[in-house]
Structures are given as C-alpha cells and as structure tokens.
Design a binder for this molecule. Sequence first.
Ligand SMILES: [Zn+2]
Ligand SMILES: [Zn+2]
Ligand SMILES: [Zn+2]
Length: 475
Amino acid sequence: MDALLSDKESWYYMKLLTFTLGIGMEVLHQYFEQKILQSMDFYVFVEKYKHYLFHECFPTVQCCECSQMQLAAQSKRGCLNEIQFQLLFEIAPPSKLDHYKKGRNNTIVKDCLCRIDAKRSNEVDCMDITLMCAIIKSCLINNNTSIYGNPRFLETIKETRNFLAHSTDLRIAKSEFDTRWDKTEHAVIEIASVVGNYFLKLQKRKIDAFKDNELSMENIKTIIDNNADEVKKNLQTLVADQRKNTILIKDEIIENLTKYKDYLDELSIDIGSLKFEVKQYALAVVASCSAEETFDSQVHQKDAATRISEVSVTEKDKDNSRCRVEWRLETPSTWNLLEIKETLEKFSALLRQWFEIEFVYVGSLVIKTLVKKNVLDNQDQMRKSIHSFLEKIVDVCKIKTDVSAVIKVALIIDPGESDYKEEAEEQTSKIEMNKKDKTTCIFCNKSFDCQNCLQKAKIISSLEDELSGKNLNCI
Ligand SMILES: [Zn+2]
Ligand SMILES: [Zn+2]
Ligand SMILES: [Zn+2]
C-alpha cells in the first residue's frame, strides 16, 4: 500500500513538471515571440541587447562599449552564467587589440564586444524559464522598458519550476500539488491571455484535456527530446524508475493474492509459448486477504463469492448491466508496459466485445474493465471471454509469444453493478475517424511513413482490415 501511495506522489510530480515544461513553456515561448520580440527575430533582439547581456555575465569587466555607456561596475551582480551566455552568443578570438586587455594572472580586464555575435540559429525555444526571466529582466525591466503582461506571473511559473527542480525525492504530496497546480495554471492562463483571446481559448482547452487525461508518454517524450530546461532529466529518471517500481508493486500484489487459496475459478491459457495462469477472485476476498482471518471475514468471503449469481437484476436491464473486473498481470520484465498501456487505450474499442477497458494503470499492468453481467454469471462464457481478451491484447500489443513465459493473472471481480454509461457510439466514431484519415498516423499525427511509427502503422492497418471484416458488428 505504501508503495502504491508514494507512486501516486511521484505521479503528481510528473504531472506538474510535464505541465510546466509542456503547456507552460509553450505559452511562455509564444508570449515571448508575440509580445516581447513582436516582429523581431530572436537573434536580432539578443544582438540589440548584447551589451546588457554581456554585463549580466561579466558584471565587473570593462568592455569596448562601456566608453559610450558605462555598465561595468565593481558592485554589480550578474544574473547569467557562462553556459547561458554561450548558448546565446558566438565568441570569436579577439581581433581589435586596442579593444581587449589582459591583466595579471591572464585575467581579462577589458573585453571586446565586437568579437561577440548573437547566434543566428537560435529561436525562442532555446530559452528555459530561467533564461527567459533573466533576459526580460536585464534587457527590459531593469531599463525601465514596460512589457506586456505582469512579470509576476513569469515568476510564479519559475517558482514552480524551481520547486520541482529542488525536490530531492521527485515526489509531491497531494495538498502541495493542488496549491502549486492552481497557482501555476492561473499564471499560464494569465500569460496566454496577454498573447490573445483565441490563443487563450486554445490553451484553456489544452489544459482541460491535460487535466482530464492520463499522462501521455508521447507528451513526456516530446519534452525529453526538445525542452531546453535541464530539469527534464527528472522526467527521464521517473520514467526509468516507473519501469523498475512496476516490478516491485506488481510482485507485492500477486504475492498477496496467491497466498489466498479461495478463488472463484482458475484456468490456464496458452498463446504461443506464453502461458497465462488466470485466477478469478471476488472483491471482498481480496480486500480481506491481508487481514487476520476471522470467522467473521470468512463468512463475508463466502457471501461475496456466492453473491455473484445471486444479485437479482430485472430481466430488462440484464443485458446491459456490467460489473467491474480488475486485471492484474505479473508481466515479464521484457514487456514495455508504457507502450502496452498506450496501445490498449487506443484500441479499447476492439477489445470491448469481451471486456471494456476503463483505465490502464501505468505503474504496473493493471487493467480496469467492465464485463457484462450475464457473461460473468456464466463460467464457460467468462472463460471464453478471458481467453479472447488475452489473445487480442497479445496480438494488438505485438507481444512476443516465441519465448516461453508463465504470466500469472489475477482477476478481481466486483460483483456489484457499475454505474455504466453507454459510450459505444462515441468510441466507434473515433475509430471511424481514424479510418477515414488514412494519411495521418494517430500516434504522432505525422504521415504513415513516419519511421518511428512504422510498427504501429502496421498494427493500425491490420486493425483496419479487421474493422472492415467480421468484427465490425461487434463494436
Ligand atoms: Zn560594457
Ligand atoms: Zn570591440
Ligand atoms: Zn507516426
């Protein structure tokens, strides 16, 4: 339980960091381009403020432009480090010898600004929040140049970023997450509103979708690949940890379950060289399996086990009523669970004829599903559905079946009815949409010849074949 709880806290960390570096930085870069640069190129802006930026990095060193405007001062403190400075500027060896002077110990006492040029290849997205705030402050605010929007909101986003960067265990408590999220979201929305009303509307929509949806690996990968902020390495660490933790949590769950001998049904399913050992448990049994076995709890367990067939449902509702079934798979370490999770979510429509996927947990392969009550009540039908569902998962997720492995599967069945809502039509139309738009890869929105998605494209086309065939009626 502790492992699961702390896993939630690292999830909060990931969520807030992904938001800050993702949507947050997108809004800030757009704001900088539209409202700070206006129609200027980024490098032209940097070149224009070169003298100021130079003395943010070398506050006490005289330069050849200081004769016109004295900026170097012994008391001055700079806000840029040399790495940030070198990101913005190309520095050539000194050529105008009277512009450049070295003192004792080989230290530069006067530098030549003529040998320093803003890098032309830079765009706004070369800045992380720290650099952006430093540039706005030293080039504009410190020179009494007014800017669009309130700089306080930039600081708020920077504070969130720094808070996350200084976290040692890469976790945040829920209360901390809630307050930080509200503040950061508010700041991002305020800055987006400075860019323009339409932009604001788009970003609000994006933020709502981000809040409602699970963290997407695609999203995290994009940040790891493209973001300028070094704090993104924490996302990398967490993704790697997730793979390790997955195994720990999973073992714990299965171990607890297998200690308990009283299960509803057991079956073994062979798919290629894979052997799935499936056991079905009733929810009440699982809830008490770690507690002391008292007479009272045993009565409850028996009660729960038999209740499945005893729950009375009116005949009219019987076809549509569904029960929750949670799948817990003890998966081999070679399976890429993050990819499997994404695939399962994308293709839930193809699997729903057996089990309807509600949620796939990223920490381990836990799949929450719904099953029709009349299937659950019929042992034979239930076994067939389990078999087909597993077969389809193996197929859709392209899981290798040529290496033999035993996969323990625990099904935790809640015999109570779920508050199931009919969403079938919506799901179908999503797939229909993907079918029509054959030129676009639904994973990355690139065209089908996207190299990264070649394998996924194959899956899609094989699924499309199925859709046009016999399974069309089932979804
Ligand atoms: Zn100077
Ligand atoms: Zn010079
Ligand atoms: Zn693609």
